[in-house]
Design a protein. Structure first.
Ligand SMILES: Cc1ncc(COP(=O)(O)O)c(C=O)c1O
Ligand SMILES: Cc1ncc(COP(=O)(O)O)c(C=O)c1O
Lengths: 486, 459, 486, 459
């Protein structure tokens, strides 16, 4: 039942609005609203009950193992949320003067320094509000770089076909054409194809490493050389930074610019679809182009004095990407997370997420599942393919995914990357225990048995969720995207 | 090991299963010479207790002022229930609802959110959120260019009274695609967009006209006239609005004869704390006909195998994860958690509650403006109908006056001098429903003292 | 699965304890702990997930209609919880000096004044930590009063049989004998029996009004006179104050002392079994005996100066009932609730809880259920009896209760008061909407049909809960009240 | 109408169904002359925003001091997860788990709590909580008298080192039943209970001996000796303990040859904020043989119709709602929510974590004591082994010194002078793991300044 349908004309959560309804006499009638908005009319208890019950229809990290590949569903420290929710942080106006901003600025500044260190880059801007906006900032910087040098013919961005959809979409938003290049059977980029693809039209390449195939790109230095030699720059999609945090630095691999998904690697909550934070880090060459604002420091002897660096300080900047300072609260949470895990903890993130992924990969292989890249190490994630099951039993990756829900596990990422048929991309993350993974293997094994013995059972799944399988086609054809009262 | 559950035994068992000697061996595909060393610039781990203490001190540093700054981010009362619910693990630690059956909570909530936004704006369709108001406007501009089949240009007219930071953001985002923003000058007396200023563009090919209501100065524009003019010129109309105000003043869907085509804005006033500027959320609504040009996620209502009502992501063919380089936008992660909070906020307040908030803001603003107009030397520049903000001209350097007020714990407003040379020594002052009469008097006092202090310095 | 069973030796939520394990050298070995306590050894994520999932196995006000008679399960304002959780309140040490207590003391003082006004009494002490302790304080004051007057033979407390179990138990804890008196068929106390019961041995009577029969005791003035004439005092069990708040005041009915259940009438959360707060209010006669401490005021002209009144100020007090100041946080929440509803809201509490109860009673009667007191008004609650169904269909009140769970409604109170056979005591409270009540009637009607057509279905209920009906006999016989590792 | 959902239409419809003219008519069984008038002394309703503001100011008034008071309530770090979970609606707004099938969450949690408390105390059985430590001790005394069949007296021996407020509470509660508490004098040099002081009671009939470990002064008693002595005298032993300390020092179950019979204490250190003194919770554990004398609720593990594990209230025949005047106690509502928080706290920390906390407290106390012993004129009275508290003798009036420290924002400790004439100008000082070196130095500074100020006044 929708919240609207619980409403009755005239009902409201009285304690929440001003008790007096003030008169308005100075706004001309023509500018006043004519028809009241058809909003819910419900009591406070009804709201609390409705949304509490709705929340219970979700899977979440706090309730389930959630091995959603490429999404890094790890534990989101409650402490980070609590600290970021201190009234002093919540009440600070984004345009407050620096005298009322030193606490916040200090945290922002220190996070910038931490991210420089883990990426091996020369500068960081925290302002992009998610991975995709970080990509935008990165590619826009590449563009600004070429333009500044008068290198106007570079109109193409190269993207391996395994790339996340945001990469090509971003390139287009930056006014580039996209050239896709293939990936080899072992998961590495086809360097020969790359060599053929590069040229004077090449602005750069967008790479993910480990790639979305869940393997480390071993030719990365060759690739960097090929692209650089052609005059292009290397963009690193750092959504998968969890895999290599503190183990190998994008700067050292030859990348010129990258974005990070703090909402993944730095454990800030996903919130059912956001908010994120997608800082960009750059090498020396791109420093002048970083998006504003950035936290700076004026070390006037005693206590450091923090300030904002804006347009004046960075005249070649690609500019602002948000009205204020990006997703400030997510930035704060990421900083707090960094304080929690500290220097050694950064490395442990990649060590244990890799350990977990390799363990789970081995167990699933032993249980009879086919690995997409069976001669490779898993990174923080890996892929199994259910082609065989799909062909022989008629049970698809989607069926496995749905059936897992009945076993109390969120499904891995399905059908991504597109180049592996019937695939599940599985990322356990470092915060899950061996017990949880063993339970998952157990469930997968059971489902495999079910697929063999009673395929229809699996194909009809899920059975235990608030709804059964939904009709997506109807959703798109008979579009119903907002409630209208009768 | 913070947040890592592995014991020594676990590690050994796992390595044995894998057939590796050590964890380090698992990284053997990384060329050895690329391996990172110690991360010396990062401080060692701290306990939650230590972090709490450090950060409480920092939060304290930034606290304590009475704030009259608005300019795009507004202090409103946020009901306790809002974040109690939004912070429930099931909402806060879920991912994007790709597995619909296991995400009906988030999906239904967003469907309800979309419905509330269409109700507020008077338009047909809403998406599930964009990053913030400013970047949302950039998306709206891109959308308008895609959607206006009648326009061949990649040019958009934008009112000079739109938030200056929004204009910057839009430009950063759209200029790479060779889109041109042409600004319409505003009347610095009325602080609105004059129809006469538009007339020079009559007959030109623009994909859209962007207007803000209330505008950046808190003044109300004659949106009906502006909308009708643009439609006559075959431009689409993009309205940048404040959702609180939308319960009180004419919403985009009611503008002019046919209504605006697209409405965007900053969702922050709907239950989101100021929090240094984010996470907020951008909302975008449009007429039904434009839905396929909409960027971002949209939730639809459908049925399951048993015919039972359910919710799912829909029209995904517009999105990057399906459509890749042909997508309507690159946006993927949006501002789900803020939307969750906003949905609870809007449910609690409803039209009646939000309208009361709007009216209280309006009354406070008027009250403060009238108190200030009695202060010698000070001039309330905004005279027309307004909403919770107005422009105040100071008899001294606005920068200095604000600094003096700061020392008395009052953040007196947002300085307009740098951005608008025509508004020298002017500041933008905001009073929402959170301000009491005592607060308003506190403002006046702080201002009077500051002016006196500056007077004294000059002598 | 128990949290203990999720544990593995050596696992722990590292971020939560001091990072350094300090040495201890100055405590003799003999005084040190020999065997480590067998506590859970789990990660932070495991704890969060375990208890989040456990919580989801509960019914609660925030998720369900919960018409549990005599328990007043109404909406607990989230705002009250938030305000009471302000760091300034949470961090105040109970023994902090008065200079660091004015904010808290002001709130306590004002709540005392509010409770005096709604009860019509002369003095209030907030220190009792729940209803039962309030009863204790009240009866102990009655005892102190008689003793102070040298009236040593009064050794008996009269209790109507409908009384809550805490009443007789309290009388005994205060060293009294209990004399039970019957209740008439219309729910009122048998005044003739009372007249026979009173005498020089009578210390007082404990009454609930409205009684637990859900009706207003119409003879209250007669009863007061009979008891007072016999030299006894009248104790008012105010757990049901919700029914009469602002409509009739215990002081005006002739009571000498009462306790209130703030966790019911003042909407502070029940917390799965507490905490509560059971302030006592007294007339002039018992003022000297109030338990300590009490908030006092020293009005030194300007700002009021609040202070604690302890033993010195109240030398005849029955003393302290808690180490510090009772359930301070619950007191604060109750005060905040009073601010929320204000003067008029107090009256609305009883008006709308009574309206709801009478509506629901009428609807259930129309649906074919037997009322225990069908010629009486409902107060904030009422009783139906399923004797007929039990006899004719073999379906008991307990079966109805369990089956309601399957319909998503918490069961009413069952088998209380004991004098009505097969009863359900139903209290909808004022915060529930007509829709919610109609849904409940619908469910009851369905269950009645089920009872008629397929009694076994009802007798086997519930089916949709985490467990089916539990074996209480085994629980008591094969006592397993704590986990021991294998 | 705050929190009341009824609209005018709803009211009319409901009255019609009932067959009443007005809501007022529903109260017609109340004699008219008894009806209450307006409640003038109660202020009118306020909105949540106004309340938040008023109460934030009040909370602020009580904040800002650095607190070294313990004396039964201890500042510890509380993990953020603790109250995030305890405050979930499903825990916070459920009632006592009478309907077991719909309350498995709370029931299992309490079963786990009971298991943790028995692990900590080394005893067999725990209940689901009592109100607080002090009233819990009263229940333990009543229980001991019921349980000790060998004793005919209604007398109990209680160590003079038990918290003085606990002794008062016990007396308020048990004296009505003509139970006598006989106090054992303590040695004011060692601040412990001397075996020699006990010898005078040798052979007397007492139902139990009550001892505290650590005792009120933070000093450790020789619990083994005391326990064995009491058992020889056929008394039961009731131990009042601190749960934090129990991970470090010998728990009641290990005392002497046979262990204490009953352990009680204040649960506050297990994740409960200081919060002006409550809600905290009292815990009580005992040997298996005494379980039927236990007051309050107990949860048991059992099975359902399908043989599946489940949890339910058990041994209810001890309780007032079944047994009425024959119940083991009148307690009904207990401290469920605090227990929920404590269970999460104990799960997060475990033996290892709590022991680290205990060790850090111990180290801080020792550190502060040694810093203070260097301050001229000041004497650390506590010399024996201790736990996070010690007695400090001041060279001036303790009341005045504390007041001077207060003005510097340091709450220097709890004054012992009034309660213990033998400890003139002594205060009880507490340093937990929350105190940094800087805090400890802050204490020393504030003390030195205060002493100097008082010196100056005297001259
Ligand atoms: C590999 C990869 N790149 C980019 C993104 C885009 O990041 P965001 O969703 O924060 O925009 C994601 C995640 O969604 C991703 O997995
Ligand atoms: C009528 C009545 N009296 C007394 C009590 C005891 O109150 P408490 O549970 O707060 O001790 C209750 C509630 O449980 C009750 O309903």
């Amino acid at each position: 039942m929708l919240i609207f349908e619980r409403g009755v004309k005239g009902r409201t959560a009285t304690a929440q609005a001003p008790l007096v309804k003030a008169d308005v006499t100075d706004i001309p009638e023509s500018l006043m609203r004519k028809n009241k908005a058809a909003m819910p009319e419900v009591s406070e208890l009804q709201v609390v009950r409705h949304y509490t019950n709705l929340s219970r229809k979700n899977f979440s990290i706090d309730t389930q193992f959630y091995p959603l590949g490429s999404c890094t569903m790890k534990y989101n420290p409650r402490g980070a949320h609590k600290v970021a929710s201190l009234p002093g942080f919540l009440n600070r106006h984004p345009l407050a003067p620096e005298s009322y901003s030193q606490g916040y600025l200090a945290s922002v500044y220190e996070l910038q320094e931490i991210l420089k260190e883990v990426t091996g880059m020369a500068g960081v801007s925290l302002s992009p509000m998610a991975g995709a906006q970080g990509e935008f900032a990165g590619v826009a910087m590449i563009r600004a770089y070429h333009e500044k040098r008068g290198d106007h013919d570079r109109c193409e961005i190269i993207v391996p076909i395994a790339a996340h959809g945001t990469n090509p979409a971003t390139a287009v938003m930056c006014g580039y054409k996209v050239k896709e290049i293939p990936v080899l059977n072992d998961g590495d980029v086809d360097v020969d194809a790359l060599k053929e693809a590069v040229g004077p039209q090449t602005a750069g390449i967008m790479m993910t490493n480990p790639s979305t195939c869940g393997v480390f790109e071993r030719q990365i230095e060759v690739i960097a050389k090929v692209v650089h030699d052609a005059g292009g720059l290397l963009y690193y999609d750092g959504a998968n930074l969890n895999a290599i945090l503190g183990k190998v630095r994008p700067g050292d691999m030859g990348f010129d610019v990258l974005h990070m998904n703090l909402h993944k690697t730095f454990a800030t909550p996903h919130g059912g679809g956001g908010p994120g934070s997608g800082p960009v880090a750059v090498g020396e060459r791109l420093l002048p182009y970083l998006p504003t604002p950035i936290a700076g420091i004026e070390d006037a002897g005693g206590e450091p004095d923090y300030c904002w660096l804006g347009e004046e300080a960075l005249p070649d900047s690609i500019g602002r990407l948000s009205a204020f300072m990006g997703n400030a609260g997510i930035i704060l949470r990421a900083y707090i997370y960094a304080l929690f895990v500290g220097r050694d903890g950064m490395q442990r993130v990649s060590e244990f997420s890799t350990l977990n992924a390799n363990y789970l990969m081995k167990k699933l292989a032993d249980a009879g599942f086919d690995l997409a890249y069976k001669d490779r190490r898993a990174t923080h994630e890996f892929i199994i393919t259910l082609s065989k099951q799909s062909k022989e039993l008629g049970v698809t990756a989607m069926d496995f995914a749905k059936r897992l829900l009945d076993y109390g596990y969120h499904a891995p990422t399905t059908y991504f990357p597109l180049l592996v048929p019937e695939c599940l991309l599985i990322e356990p993350t470092e915060t899950e225990s061996i017990d949880e993974m063993d339970g998952f293997v157990e469930a997968m094994t059971q489902i495999l048995k079910e697929a063999e013995n009673s395929a229809d059972l699996v194909k009809g799944a899920p059975y235990t969720q608030p709804v059964k399988r939904l009709d997506d086609v109807k959703a798109a054809r008979e579009l119903d995207v907002s409630y209208s009262p009768q | 090991m913070p947040f890592i559950p592995h014991t020594e035994d676990d590690i050994q068992k796992m390595l044995e299963t894998i057939g590796a000697q050590s964890i380090d061996q698992l990284f053997d595909e990384i060329p050895a010479h690329l391996r990172a060393g110690a991360l010396d610039a990062i401080p060692p781990a701290r306990s939650e207790m230590e972090i709490m203490r450090l950060m409480s001190d920092r939060a304290e540093q930034d606290s304590g002022a009475l704030c009259f700054i608005g300019a795009g981010a507004y202090e409103h009362h946020i009901p306790a229930a809002v974040w109690d619910i939004a912070a429930r693990g099931e909402f806060m630690t879920a991912y994007t609802p790709y597995q619909a059956e296991a995400s009906q909570g988030t999906l239904q909530l967003i469907y309800e959110f979309q419905s509330m936004m269409t109700a507020l704006t008077g338009l047909d369709v809403s998406n599930a959120s964009l990053y913030d108001g400013a970047s949302g406007l950039a998306e709206a501009v891109l959308m308008a260019i895609r959607a206006n089949r009648k326009s061949k240009s990649k040019r958009v007219l934008i009112a000079g009274t739109v938030h200056p930071l929004y204009k910057k953001v839009v430009n950063s985002i759209v200029h790479n695609q060779k889109i041109e923003l042409v600004e319409v000058a505003f009347d610095s007396a009325s602080l609105t967009t004059d129809l006469s200023a538009l007339s020079q563009f009559e007959g030109d090919d623009f994909a859209a006209l962007v207007i803000a209501q209330p505008n950046f100065f808190g003044t109300l524009e004659d949106v009906h006239q502006l909308t009708d003019w643009a439609h006559q010129q075959k431009m689409l109309v993009v309205g940048v609005i404040n959702p609180t105000a939308a319960t009180l003043i004419s919403p985009p869907g009611e503008w002019g004869e046919h209504g605006a085509d697209i409405a965007v804005g900053e969702g922050q006033p709907m239950g989101i704390p100021l929090a240094s500027g984010g996470p907020y959320f951008g909302f975008i609504c449009c007429k039904q006909a434009l839905v396929r040009q909409m960027p971002g996620r949209i939730i639809g209502r459908t049925v399951d195998l048993d015919g039972k009502e359910g919710f799912a992501l829909t029209l995904q063919a517009r999105e990057q994860h399906i459509r890749r380089s042909k997508a309507t936008s690159n946006i993927c992660t949006n501002q789900g958690l803020a939307v969750t909070a906003a949905t609870v906020y809007m449910s609690l307040l409803g039209q009646e509650g939000i309208e009361r908030v709007a009216r209280a803001c309006h009354a406070n603003t008027n009250h403060l403006a009238s108190l200030l107009s009695a202060v010698p030397g000070v001039e309330v520049v905004s005279t027309g109908p307004r909403f919770h903000e107005f422009v105040l001209r100071l008899p001294k350097s606005s920068r200095l006056v604000l600094e003096h007020m700061e020392l008395q714990g009052v953040l007196g407003g947002h300085d307009l001098s740098d951005t608008f040379p025509e508004l020298e020594n002017c500041i933008l002052v905001c009073a929402t429903e959170t301000k009491t009469d005592q607060d308003l008097n506190g403002y006046v006092n702080a201002l009077e003292i500051s002016l006196k202090e500056l007077e004294a310095v000059e002598c």
